[in-house]
Design a protein around this ligand. Structure first.
Ligand SMILES: Nc1ncnc2c1ncn2[C@@H]1O[C@H](COP(=O)(O)OP(=O)(O)OP(=O)(O)O)[C@@H](O)[C@H]1O
Length: 774
């Protein structure tokens, strides 16, 4: 196999056969290295006898020969270098060569005579044979067990990683995936690859069923092999949860699995699939209850959250204040703040003050923030507490915990209340991997917890958060039920609201509208599905520019430019679109707006990653939570510096982004954590607000256009909203209610808990959903 590969590469690609002179640089985590090589043989046009090579390879050993495949690149300062795309050890193939190799210093305790005996028995492909099945060494006479074990260990160390990567590359796996696979299975990789590639679907994040199927087909694994069907079940359920469902009904899962297995004429019956689902359930890879099939992590998150929610809801009431006291302090606040609370607002403050747990909902401008401030101030007055964190000590911590799912939402919360607010991840002391500092063993401390933008919180995070809330802490969940549900699985807010017993107050009266905001009026009309001609009429803060789909890009550019010319910054202006990859997708807008506001220039450094060019001055968005650097999914920043290899201490290219006064460095390999943010998706914009929002709405988006999506987009704008495109498409979207409810069973569990005889508690669940996640 290796030989064929070598011949194949020799025919098609440039190569250098060489020997290590010295390692110049190596980063073991990334297997990225630079080395100086003495050239033994090459078909590349390199004049020198030595060359610097760069690329992903583990440390090379002196005295061994390697074959490097790649490209000659010309470095302006250092001349010719070789960029290694692929490499392998030049394993000796003649008997003499193998004897020399095995008796070299690389192998402890193997002298020339032992090496000759090994090659005498196993032949010139002794190395491959031993790597494939080390028991072949039993056939070698006078080779002690210890020596044989040492030899296998040394061989694996010297040949293991390269050999595995080379073999995986034959199956079409890139270096990154090969490394990921190797990290999980180490020297068992090839064995698993050959015997049960479907195992990869279980163990390796991002490993698709189709890839496993391709590998399995090469090994002749049959279409109805139990491992194949089981992997398809697991894969389907994963896909299902990515669409927001917490479970799949057994029968629907079977249908989905049939589609994934796609066996054509070789039909697999529902019974066969059902049997495999049952086996997975028996082995605890899946959990099934009343015909609902769950991934264990989701099952434990949902049942766990229900228990935690119930615990807080049913906790002993805290010290009661009399109605008279409450009325008195609310009156005082009204006077101090020059405000007269509406009836709903007043009720919300009053009820929150003597509830363990309450939900506050309302559209934009209904006074959610005003009520939050009212609750905090009233609590402080009633309990004679200061609102300044500096007045507190470790023994008596600050009583108010304010939190939100995104950094931007937390920042807004802080700005509007004057009280510190952090992301939920930070509040829980997330360490960036699998655990949180705060959980039921180490709960949060404080008296009142307020969680804003709760519609964005998925069932995993909700459970994790609620586990860390001590009984007796007052909890207020705040959100807008008409916005999109969480990106992750579940629909926690709307499930809770659907239960009549859960204490909730919905603010309906709009206050900001009284200040003449058309944006707010539009949002409230949209909520009711209203979108008449009058609704879209131009106003001071709102314009719908009707135009053909082909003109939309130009119109968006013109509006953007005009806003910039008027003195607004790129930060103030946000384009929101529902799709990434269409003619009018997010990527396209980003390219065009970058060209408009941050074009190539001598003063601006660039880093090209795949097809995307990042430039200093670019507006970018963080795509994943990154606890160590303190940046979170959805945070928006600006590229402030780009460093080349030779300019940094550790010789690495870097891109630096400034997020709200905090600089974060990205290595080239991590740049995929960010993307341009001139235009972002509506989903990513949840929890953020922008002064000027531009939303293209065209017919080609039709399958995405839903009321809650458009409502979320429109309510992101603070002072100016520009819609452009097709009014009809917008209207249709507003009238299309997302009827695809997610499969969740939170309400069932909560009801079940409520009906349980008093005093009986649920099984103490020691597991956290994160125990099941990577
Ligand atoms: N009872 C009231 N009397 C007068 N003005 C009010 C009242 N309640 C709220 N407002 C004003 O209405 C505006 C919107 O209120 P607030 O910011 O609290 O709403 P919100 O629901 O948090 O809105 P959004 O979600 O859009 O931020 C603010 O300017 C606020 O001062």
């Amino acid at each position: 196999m290796e030989k064929q590969l070598e011949e194949h590469f020799h025919e098609e690609k440039g190569y250098i056969k060489g020997e290590l002179v010295r390692m110049i640089y190596q980063n073991p985590d990334e297997h990225f290295s630079i080395a100086l090589i003495h050239i033994i043989d090459t078909n590349e046009s390199i004049e020198e006898t030595e060359v610097v090579i760069k690329g992903h390879f583990s440390p090379l050993h002196k005295g061994e020969h390697y074959l490097f495949y790649g490209k000659v690149t010309n470095h302006p300062k250092f001349g010719d270098q070789y960029y290694v795309e692929h490499y392998q050890k030049d394993i000796p193939t003649s008997k003499e060569g193998v004897v020399l190799y095995l008796s070299s210093d690389l192998f402890y305790g193997i002298g020339k005579r032992t090496a000759e005996r090994i090659v005498g028995v196993l032949g010139e492909d002794a190395i491959q044979k031993i790597l494939h099945d080390s028991s072949v060494l039993d056939e070698v006479p006078h080779l002690s067990k210890e020596k044989a074990e040492q030899l296998v260990a040394d061989l694996k160390e010297h040949q293991g990683f390269e050999h595995i990567v080379v073999t995986l590359s034959e199956y079409g796996f890139g270096l990154q995936m090969a490394q990921k696979i190797y990290e999980v299975y180490k020297d068992r990789t090839l064995e698993i690859l050959q015997e049960n590639p479907y195992q990869f679907v279980f163990d390796i994040t991002g490993f698709g069923f189709k890839r496993a199927d391709e590998v399995a087909a090469k090994h002749g694994i049959s279409y109805n092999h139990p491992s194949r069907i089981q992997a398809a079940c697991l894969y389907s359920l994963n896909e299902w949860s990515q669409q927001g469902h917490v479970y799949a009904p057994h029968d629907e899962l079977i249908e989905q699995v049939k589609n994934v297995l796609n066996t054509g004429e070789n039909a697999l019956t529902s019974e066969m699939i059902s049997t495999q689902i049952n086996d997975l359930v028996e082995d605890r890879h899946l959990i099934e209850e009343e015909g609902k099939v769950y991934l264990p992590s989701l099952y434990y998150a949902e049942t766990g959250f229900a228990e935690q929610f119930n615990r807080l809801w049913m906790a002993e009431s805290m010290e009661e204040h009399t109605q008279a006291d409450i009325m008195k302090v609310i009156g005082e606040i009204e006077e101090e703040e020059h405000i007269s609370y509406g009836k709903e607002q007043y009720d919300a403050i009053e009820r929150a003050l003597h509830s363990n747990l309450m939900i506050l909902t309302g559209g934009p401008g209904t006074g959610k923030t005003t009520v939050i401030k009212g609750i905090i101030t009233a609590y402080a007055k009633l309990n004679r507490k200061s609102l300044y964190p500096a007045d507190y000590t470790q023994d008596e911590p600050f009583p108010f915990l304010l939190t939100a799912p995104t950094g931007r939402a937390a920042k807004r919360m802080h700005e509007s209340t004057g009280i510190p607010a952090v992301t939920i991840h930070r509040l829980l002391g997330w360490n960036g991997t699998e655990s949180f500092e705060h959980d039921h063993d180490n709960p949060l401390s404080g008296k009142v917890l307020i969680i804003d933008e709760f519609s964005m919180v998925d069932i995993w995070l909700a459970n994790q958060l609620f586990r860390a809330i001590p009984s007796g802490m007052q909890v207020l969940l705040v959100g807008d039920e008409d916005q999109l549900p969480s990106v992750g699985p579940g629909q926690v807010l709307s499930d809770l609201l659907s239960l009549a017993q859960v204490p909730a107050i919905s603010l309906k009266e709009v206050y900001r509208q009284k200040e003449g905001s058309k944006i707010i009026r539009l949002a409230h009309d949209m909520k009711q599905g209203k979108c008449e001609a009058q609704t879209l009429e131009k106003a001071k803060d709102f314009t719908f520019i009707s135009c053909e789909e082909t003109q939309v890009l130009h119109v968006v550019q013109t509006v953007y430019k005009r806003a910039i010319d008027k003195g607004h910054t790129v930060k103030d202006i946000q384009i929101l679109a529902p799709m990434y990859r269409s003619k009018l997708g997010i990527h396209r807008f980003n390219e065009e707006i970058q060209q408009l506001v941050n074009p190539p220039s001598r003063q601006r450094r660039e880093m090209k990653v795949k097809d995307v060019t990042f430039r200093t001055g670019d507006k970018v968005i963080q795509l994943v939570n990154q606890a160590e650097s303190g940046v979170f999914n959805g945070d928006i920043g600006e590229v402030v510096a780009i460093y080349r290899e030779g300019e940094t201490k550790d010789q690495k290219e870097k891109l630096v982004v400034l997020f709200d006064g905090k600089e974060v460095e990205y290595l080239r390999k991590d740049v995929s954590q960010i993307m341009h943010a001139y235009c972002t998706s509506i989903h990513k914009s949840q929890g953020s607000e922008f002064s000027i929002v531009i939303i293209p709405v065209v017919r080609s988006y039709a399958r995405m256009l839903r009321r809650n999506l458009l409502y979320t987009a429109v309510t992101r704008s603070k002072t100016s909203l520009i819609l452009c495109g097709d009014e009809q498409a917008f209207r249709k979207g507003v009238q299309t209610v997302d009827t695809n409810r997610r499969y969740t069973s939170l309400t069932t569990y909560l009801q079940r808990i409520q009906e349980r005889p008093q005093g009986e508690v649920g099984e103490e669940e020691e597991l956290s959903p994160y125990d099941f996640m990577e």
